[in-house]
Design a protein around this ligand. Structure first.
Ligand SMILES: [Zn+2]
Ligand SMILES: [Zn+2]
Length: 341
């Protein structure tokens, strides 16, 4: 069937939306509020004038919705990362004691952060999360990058250890987060999620240098701001492909945070390089299943903590002993997933 053309007076009448002028040929598509009306008019039109072309009204009014969906050209080349590495960067500056969110920004952030971690691992079972805090002008390592939700939750459990103080330093904290992701293989995502309650940052150098380094390292920065929008925060998210949002209330805060649970869509390299929308071949990832040492094995040093103990896992490639899986081998970098026995 021939869809109404732009010369159709009825059609123009109901939808002079600028969207339409962008779509040429037969792919005329009505969007938004104009859609319903346009379809009605079309139906009427078919019924009267074009009766001989379209014998059956049910044919005429039948809209092949799937033909009308116009996908983004790049849609075919979007992928989602399954191996994610995220540093949760918590503002622990004095501004977090503000009570505009109940009971305080700090307490609410901790509570949401824990819920976020649980949900995140549920949807990203091969991912890892590290926690960095910022207070008193420095970045503080609160939890090492770990694939074990319990480790991450533990680092967020002791409220007294995380007591807010002083000024935040975005630059120091981001540098610390960045350094913990430097060794990661390219197939994994590198993400920093900042929960930020302040309106200032107290930095030792130029934060734009840090931002440039993050862009270069392909680290995606997302910010959930609790106070208001700061230009540098917005810039960081825009330039690194992350998300920025200002929480308006408690519920909105949680929404913004949980929007970041599903893996971000990634434009593939081929597309960025002008690959013309072809779906490039998938990259292969190397991973090796570990050997679990029995508790009765002779004690030996682990490579992660240099602790002497019996239990642990052996990297199948270099035979290094690590305490916990999933992890990346500290010696050879091989990804060692969790193996349910
Ligand atoms: Zn260890
Ligand atoms: Zn190894």
């Amino acid at each position: 069937m021939a869809p109404p053309r732009r010369t159709d007076p009825n059609y123009m009448d109901v939808d002079s939306d600028s969207d339409i002028s962008m779509l040429g040929g037969d792919e005329v598509r009505a969007r938004g509020k104009g859609k319903g009306k346009a379809t009605d008019k079309r139906k009427k039109d078919k019924g009267k004038g074009k009766a001989k072309d379209q014998a059956y009204t049910w044919e005429a009014s039948y809209t092949r919705s799937w033909d009308m969906v116009q996908e983004d050209e790049t849609a075919a080349a979007i992928r989602r990362t399954i191996i994610r590495h995220l540093v949760l960067l918590l503002d622990l500056s004095a501004a977090m004691m503000d009570r505009d969110m109940r009971p305080t920004r700090f307490d609410l952030s901790l509570q949401y952060a824990r819920e976020f971690v649980v949900e995140w691992f549920d949807q990203n079972p091969l991912g890892q999360i590290g926690v960095v805090g910022m207070r008193s002008g420095i970045g503080e390592r609160i939890g090492e990058m770990s694939g074990n939700p319990q480790d991450v939750l533990k680092s967020l459990s002791d409220r007294t250890k995380l007591e807010p103080a002083g000024e935040p330093s975005l630059q120091n904290a981001i540098e610390m987060a960045r350094s913990s992701m430097g060794h990661l293989p390219t197939h994994s995502s590198r993400e920093i999620l900042i929960i930020f309650g302040s309106l200032t940052t107290c930095d030792p150098g130029n934060i734009h240098d840090t931002l440039d380094a993050c862009v270069k390292n392909r680290i995606r920065i997302s910010v959930v701001a609790l106070a208001a929008e700061m230009k540098i925060c917005r810039d960081m998210c825009d330039k690194t492909g992350g998300q920025f949002g200002v929480a308006m209330n408690e519920g909105h805060f949680k929404d913004l945070l949980f929007e970041l649970v599903p893996p971000p869509a990634q434009r593939t390299v081929a597309r960025a390089g002008g690959g013309g929308g072809a779906n490039p071949a998938a990259d292969l990832m190397m991973m090796g299943f570990p050997t679990r040492l029995p508790d009765s094995s002779p004690p030996s040093l682990c490579v992660c903590h240099s602790d002497m103990k019996s239990e642990g896992f052996l990297c199948p490639r270099c035979m290094a002993k690590v305490c916990d899986v999933p992890t990346d081998c500290d010696i050879c970098g091989l990804m060692i997933p969790y193996q349910a026995v």
